[in-house]
Design a protein around this ligand. Structure first.
Ligand code: SF4
Length: 219
């Protein structure tokens, strides 16, 4: 039976014959040139649809297995980490770059995190959300790691999930500068990577206890 093709970033569709692919578009920030290229490729390979995803990607849906290599070649892009046990997505709101309500530069910090972490293999899948203000448009409270901007800096959530076991993350640090947020996330991910086994971050923290986790990562 057909299945997802991990190495080609191809997700089997409901018809059990065709695939969706979702190129990596950091922060979902796309140029008009990129959008034209996606549209041209979708037309060329007779895709069923172009679909904006919840991870701020633009998927080309309903393409044939035999076309996958040529599609990636034409796009000249890397697949987004939509499948696999890894850092799946860094969801970024417009922050102070574009949004009049922004308190922090969610785009700047989010793109730095994307550059370092997108696709990194870990013991469980992990999603990150970065929001520029308390409106939380990138949903940091339901991400494994979430950053929420306030006028004083970033509040850091860990352990959230909107998936099969929904949970709200816990705020483990407040008023972090961008540098402090980056270094704290680095410590959290390193510790999780080295110690957890097949558990999402929230479940892992629960299994060892929040106090121990904080102590281990210097919070
Ligand atoms: S979270 Fe705040 S800064 Fe970000 S898009 Fe929403 S309203 Fe704007």
């Amino acid at each position: 039976m057909s299945s997802d093709i991990l190495e080609k970033g191809a997700i089997l569709q409901r018809d059990k014959e065709t695939y969706a692919i979702a190129p990596h578009i950091p922060g979902g920030i796309a140029s008009s040139e990129l959008l034209r290229k996606l549209a041209d490729v979708a037309d060329k390979y007779d895709a069923a649809a172009i679909k904006v995803t919840s991870a701020q990607r633009i998927a080309i849906v309903g393409v044939k297995e035999e076309d996958l290599d040529n599609i990636w070649n034409d796009l000249g892009m890397k697949p987004g980490a939509a499948i696999g046990i890894c850092i799946r997505s860094i969801k970024i709101c417009p922050g102070t770059t574009f949004c009049k309500r922004g308190k922090q530069d969610a785009v700047g910090l989010g793109l730095k995190l994307d550059e370092i972490y997108h696709g990194m293999e870990l013991p469980g899948k992990l999603k990150i959300g970065v929001a520029g203000c308390v409106n939380s448009c990138s949903e940091p409270a339901v991400k494994d790691i979430g950053l929420l901007g306030t006028s004083k800096g970033y509040n850091l959530f860990i352990g959230g999930s909107a998936g099969i076991k929904p949970r709200i993350g816990e705020i483990v640090a407040k008023d972090l500068s961008e540098e402090e947020a980056m270094s704290t996330i680095e410590r959290i991910i390193s510790f999780y990577k080295e110690n957890a086994k097949r558990k999402r971050l929230g479940e892992y923290v629960e299994s060892i206890g929040m106090d121990k986790f904080k102590e281990e990562v210097g919070l």
